[in-house]
Design a binder for this molecule. Structure first.
Ligand code: URA
Length: 190
């Protein structure tokens, strides 16, 4: 079976589940992820916000627009990248996901990674990195210390960077964010 079919089947299995542990009460849609099933690059965020919850698509609000513009500014097309989140439904009032919600999201995320087999995974912010639970990174970690470094991650590579919502709050960090995305582009050899 090809990767696209496998992802479709996985989505069908989670979206048809009753009492689905992935679903945080009060959320509207499961935001599964989007992009080519055979993408070289996979970007993982934290959790859907208001717009994402309404539309069922990842990174379509303010953070998403910043991410899309930043990718385009370095010659990476968003639609060539698979984009998802560690937590697939919106936590109330956009609160940071709990460790339990991250752990619940992990098993679905690992299945997505196994199907897509990206060359490199870029995590945005601390929750996404926590979600991947990489054994090459000791806890507790500080995202500001790890960002921009490429780590081995199973058969792929891992590049942690800052979350676009952090860049919206701290515009001075935009330069670091862009630098990390350039490292991502180089590491994916695109
Ligand atoms: N922030 C995230 O982490 N993910 C989204 O999809 C949107 C905002």
């Amino acid at each position: 079976m090809d990767k696209e079919k496998k992802l479709e089947q996985l989505y069908a299995s989670v979206s048809s589940m009753t009492n689905n542990p992935l679903v945080i009460p009060g959320s509207t849609h499961i935001v599964f992820g989007e992009g080519p099933a055979d993408a070289d690059i996979m970007i993982i965020g934290e959790a859907p916000g208001k717009e994402e919850d309404e539309l069922g698509r990842p990174f379509v609000g303010r953070s998403g627009k910043l991410l899309t513009r930043a990718l385009e500014s370095i010659g990476l097309q968003r639609d060539k990248i698979y984009i998802t989140n560690i937590v697939k439904t919106r936590p109330p009032n956009n609160r940071t996901p709990s460790l339990q919600e991250i752990e619940i999201g992990r098993s679905l995320l690992f299945k997505q990674i196994q199907i897509i087999q990206p060359k490199i995974i870029c995590t945005l912010g601390a929750s996404a990195l926590e979600g991947l639970n990489p054994d090459v990174i000791q806890k507790p970690f500080r995202i500001t210390k790890l960002r921009g470094k490429v780590f081995p991650y199973n058969v792929a590579k891992l590049l942690p960077t800052l979350h676009p919502a952090y860049i919206l709050r701290n515009p001075a960090a935009a330069e670091l964010f862009l630098r990390d995305l350039l490292t991502l582009k180089k590491a994916a050899c695109i």
